[in-house]
Design a protein around this ligand. Structure first.
Ligand code: NAD
Ligand code: TYD
Length: 350
């Protein structure tokens, strides 16, 4: 019996990781710790919430004494740490929460693992989940490798970079068995509609403008979220302590091309004349410090752990659109209330 702590398991990627582990490893005890911020939603886990190998705990990783008590109570064998403030635009509007959760919260977990695992690390593993954004912005060519120097440029990526450095420092200084992965942009079901793809789906569904920052020329490397969950499973079980693995879709899209493809799919799914949704595209003021291009070289995880992305992008987008269109209640619940204030401040009032 392995006891695995997953932090941030009620969020987008975390809920896919929790579902993956709970279903695939019935002999593990999966403990999902989440503060349930605006981005955390227990609706994301309805299908597995009654499984006997699953426990949800509401709590804040910033609360040091709570985290110490939790480690004492459960004697975890492994940690998969996903809890974070994750949206770049929110980090530009209000950076401080990113510093608390992404940096202090991570240090609280590292300290607790160090204290309770007491230098007798055995097969224990502290897996810190990070982002490709820590590497900064690429020009038209090149890829982020595991050896690429860090050059974070938004408060979000700077806070994630800081937590990566600390996780690595705990490995070097205290020999804590830490493994890190840096992944490119994820898409799929249960993503909060502040991020580009679900925001655009929701707006098209409601015949609202699709806000494209600047000229839509920024490039992202998109990966289906279940492929990320699979990579996380492999790294958790087979990754080497002290190592970093880059995960990416080998799937670069300019934002405007992606939105045009999404509009084409939405026209088909909604039975509209081709070109209807694309008329909603509206170029708006660019994001401050907007990174031009991210692209991952994932050859290390492919060679060493045998991982590769499984789903072709158009298929993955169609699946994603189908999910959002058939989960109207989920979308409506999440976009009522606080979301409307966020949306107005981010898009309407500026
Ligand atoms: P998300 O915003 O959807 O979910 C974050 C979760 O963390 C939420 O459930 C939230 O309630 C929880 N949380 C926030 N603050 C907390 C705190 N103080 N204590 C406990 N729980 C807290 O994020 P996501 O997109 O699922 O990203 C998950 C992780 O993956 C993050 O660490 C992010 O940096 C990383 N990542 C994301 C992407 C992406 O494309 N979304 C890509 C690469 C890496
Ligand atoms: P986002 O989903 O916020 O992910 P990240 O900033 O972490 O890459 O944004 C993806 C890309 O889409 C990014 O280049 C910013 C752009 N974007 C828009 O053009 N309009 C929007 O409304 C949003 C949210 C993002």
């Amino acid at each position: 019996m392995q006891k695995v702590l997953i932090t941030g398991g009620a969020g987008f990627i975390g809920s896919h990781v929790v579902r993956w582990f709970v279903n695939k490893y019935p002999k593990y005890q999966i403990i999902n710790l989440d503060k349930l911020t605006y981005a955390g939603n227990l609706e994301n886990l309805r299908d597995i919430e009654n499984k006997s190998n699953y426990t949800f705990i509401k709590g804040d990783i910033n609360d040091e004494s709570f985290i110490l008590k939790l480690f004492e109570q459960y004697s975890f064998d492994g940690v998969i740490h996903l809890a974070a403030e994750s949206h770049v635009d929110r980090s530009i509007a209000n950076p401080t929460e990113f510093i608390y959760t992404n940096i202090i919260g991570t240090v609280n977990l590292l300290n607790a693992a160090r204290y309770f695992w007491k230098d007798n690390f055995g097969n224990k593993i502290f897996y810190h989940i990070s982002t490709d954004e820590v590497y900064g912005s690429l020009g038209k060519t090149g890829y982020f490798k595991e050896t690429t120097s860090y050059d974070p440029r938004s408060p979000y990526s700077a806070s994630k970079a800081s937590s990566d450095h600390l996780a690595r420092a705990y490995h070097h200084t205290f020999i804590l068995p830490v493994v890190i992965s840096n992944c490119s942009n994820n898409y799929g079901s249960y993503q909060f509609p502040e991020k580009l793809i679900p925001l655009a789906i929701n707006n098209i569904k409601n015949q609202k403008e699709i806000p494209v920052y600047g000229k839509g020329e920024n490039v992202r490397d998109w990966l289906f979220v279940e492929d990320h969950a699979h990579a996380i499973d492999l790294i958790f079980h087979k990754g080497k302590a002290g190592e970093t693995y880059n995960i990416g879709g080998n799937n670069e899209w300019r934002n405007i091309d992606l939105i045009n493809l999404l509009c084409e799919i939405m026209d088909i799914k909604l039975g509209k004349t081709p070109g209807t949704s694309a008329r909603l595209i509206t170029f708006v003021k660019d994001r401050a410090g907007h990174d031009l291009r991210y692209a991952i070289d994932s050859s290390k995880i492919q060679k060493e752990l045998g991982w590769k992305p499984s789903i072709q992008f158009r298929k993955g987008l169609e699946k994603t659109v189908d999910w959002y269109l058939s989960n109207e209640d989920w979308l409506n619940n999440i976009t009522s209330g606080e979301y409307q204030n966020y949306y107005d401040n981010q898009y309407v009032k500026r």
